[in-house]
Write a protein that binds this ligand. Structure first.
Ligand SMILES: Cc1cc2nc3c(=O)[nH]c(=O)nc-3n(C[C@H](O)[C@H](O)[C@H](O)COP(=O)(O)OP(=O)(O)OC[C@H]3O[C@@H](n4cnc5c(N)ncnc54)[C@H](O)[C@@H]3O)c2cc1C
Length: 380
């Protein structure tokens, strides 16, 4: 359990030690923005690998149509220290690292993102390691083989479309209880049309299990809850399934999904020197997205800068504009939404939407790197 001195004593004169755990969208923008705003600060970013991974491009990495990794050295401002490691536990003003060493901090940003819980026999697309495994397996498949993508949300749709786009010689199936349920009715229909144009077969059902080696020619067999069964040479798990248990393990208060509960300034409610940002934070009304992680990381950095200057922190506020997805490289969809993330009927699809989606991905990466990122205020 953490017993950190909570209160916001102006500490501008002191040289503050700030540790950032996780260099995804939230952690990278937080580190860069703080470094930009506060000089008397020593920032250490801890991440398991030397690259910044654009998770929003993992489906491109898998299909060989794009690259998701950029060296962290080119993403972080000069003066920020990087430690290639994982944090095993956060305790009173120090973190325990995977290599057994410890690092003290005055303030910490917890930005470890979300994780996956793949069904045995499937390869997850939502992590770098899974995506790399999927890319290698896909490259090894000869024409005519079958790839099954499990998950009818936006990640599953993007993955099925990208694989079909990059490898038109393969048979691609998308299985989901629902398909594109987060979009408006018109947009859902358009997604089905786009997938159809890429010859993606849609199966509206859920997967019960994978029988390894029980398919034709030594492949696997996918069994659906309806009882149906079909052969699959590579089965991809495209569902994001939870958050790392680091917050819970460290004694931070978490919600039922394991996300750290935060106050209106994005500080852990029981350890106020710990800011929690991105997918691993339980922020009312927020959904897991880079469009959420970036403003949260930026706001948390601004808040710490204010605290160190002896100014009053401002509550976090963020409004959504909609959702976006790619359907291969030449098609896509931009769904308009309201600030409270409810849907409008309006959407844009086709090549212009594909270009729009690509620009959003670039804006997200450049926002993390430059720490300049604009967002709407949330609904009143
Ligand atoms: C295929 C795909 C497509 C997507 N498309 C979109 C999209 O179009 N738009 C959108 O808004 N969102 C999209 N998302 C979701 C989006 O990528 C995530 O919501 C976003 O990456 C969350 O950012 P984050 O900074 O919270 O976490 P992440 O980007 O996941 O970064 C977390 C970092 O923390 C590191 N880490 C984890 N545990 C530890 C530890 N113990 N110690 C140290 N480091 C640790 C991880 O390795 C990682 O580097 C997509 C996701 C996927 C998988």
């Amino acid at each position: 359990m953490l017993h950190l001195v909570s209160e916001l004593i102006p500490q501008q004169e002191a040289y503050m030690r700030v540790v950032v755990v996780g260099a995804g969208y939230a952690g990278t923008i937080a580190a860069n923005r703080l470094a930009k705003k506060v000089k008397a600060v020593e920032i250490t970013v801890i991440n398991p690998r030397p690259d910044f991974v654009e998770r929003v491009r993992l489906h491109e990495q898998i299909a060989g149509t794009g690259a998701a990794a950029t060296p962290l050295t080119s993403m972080l401002r000069e003066g920020i220290t990087t430690r290639l490691n994982t944090v095993d536990k956060i305790s009173d003003a120090e973190v325990a690292l995977g290599d057994g060493s410890r690092l003290e901090f005055d303030y910490l940003f917890l930005a470890v993102g979300s994780t996956v819980a793949p069904l045995p026999g499937t390869v997850p697309v939502g992590t770098w390691e899974g995506a790399e495994q999927a890319r290698a397996a896909l490259a090894g498949l000869s024409g005519g083989r079958t790839v099954t993508v499990i998950g009818g949300g936006l990640t599953g749709i993007e993955t099925a479309a990208e694989v079909a786009f990059g490898r038109p010689d393969l048979r691609v199936r998308l299985v989901g209880r629902t398909i594109a349920a987060s979009l408006s009715a018109g947009a859902q229909k358009r997604v089905r049309t786009g997938l159809g144009r890429l010859n993606v077969e849609i199966v509206t059902d859920s997967v019960a299990r994978i029988d390894r080696g029980a398919g034709e020619g030594g492949g696997d067999a996918v069994r659906l809850h309806s009882g149906a069964r079909f052969a699959s040479d590579l089965t991809l798990w495209a569902i994001i399934g939870g958050v790392p248990d680091l917050a819970a393990r460290s004694g931070l208060e978490v919600d039922a999904d394991g996300r750290a509960v935060v106050d209106e300034c994005l500080r852990s409610v029981n350890a106020p020197r710990i800011f929690v940002v991105g997918d691993c934070a339980a922020v009312p009304g927020a959904r897991a997205a880079c469009a959420t992680a970036l403003p949260q990381g930026a706001h948390a950095a601004d808040t710490l800068a204010r605290i160190l200057e002896g100014r009053k922190p401002q509550p976090y506020s963020m409004g959504y504009t909609g959702q976006s997805l790619s359907l291969g490289r030449h098609d896509g969809l931009l769904q308009a939404g309201r600030r409270d993330d409810t849907l409008r009927r309006l959407f844009l699809a086709g090549r212009t939407a594909a270009v729009g989606k690509e620009r959003l991905c670039r804006y997200a990466r450049s926002g993390a790197r430059t720490a300049t990122y604009a967002w709407l205020k949330g609904p009143k």
